[in-house]
Design a protein around this ligand. Sequence first.
Ligand code: C5P
Length: 217
Amino acid sequence: FTEKKLNGKRVIVTAGGTKEAIDPVRFIGNRSSGKMGFAMAKVARDLGAEVTLITTVPASFAGMNIIQIQTADEMMQQLKDVFPKADVLIMAAAVADFKPMKVADQKIKKNDDEDIFTIKLTKNPDILQTIAATKTSQQFVVGFAAETQHLLDNAEKKLNKKHADVILANDVSQKNAGFNVDTNKVTLLQKGHEPINWPLMSKTEVAKKFWDLYLNK
Ligand code: C5P
């Protein structure tokens, strides 16, 4: 890993859970820590890539371009700008499936007469699917699949539906895998290949194994 094998490559990594605004002070979010994406970005940087990290979780890593955003719409906007010139996109972000239909201009006040408050949600675009549909044969796109059941079936479907070159799938119902921990247990799916099961390892090790595979593909 001392060689700069990704020299000249432009890599984009998304990380963290999107925060979907309800009003100026509130949002709907999820527990994604951004750690898997951060590891992917740092290893790519160490291998000499020109890295853009698009993250909802504040980060300050040297030697990469960091764009902080909150919502899925903002993530999509940034990706539309930078993806056309990228060689690799790693979609490690946990994008919310739904967002509030309307974002209130002012802080929503509680109403003493009402014990139930309803927020209508509308679907977010599938960023990976939308962006990967525009990719050229030179571009490489990686998605994640966090599942609690039918891991391989669901991940295989995502590989095809979302036009990804690789899906890194993990069973988040297992201890030490997935959200908010430093380790992950990943199965790598690639079109036309048998799934590869990696043992439980640190997210940095997962990132190193992924980039090693990318460089030797
Ligand atoms: O469908 P699911 O959310 O399980 O797929 C996960 C993969 O799709 C991740 O790579 C995630 O970043 C991406 N995704 C996306 N836009 C969405 C939902 C998920 O890009 N709205």
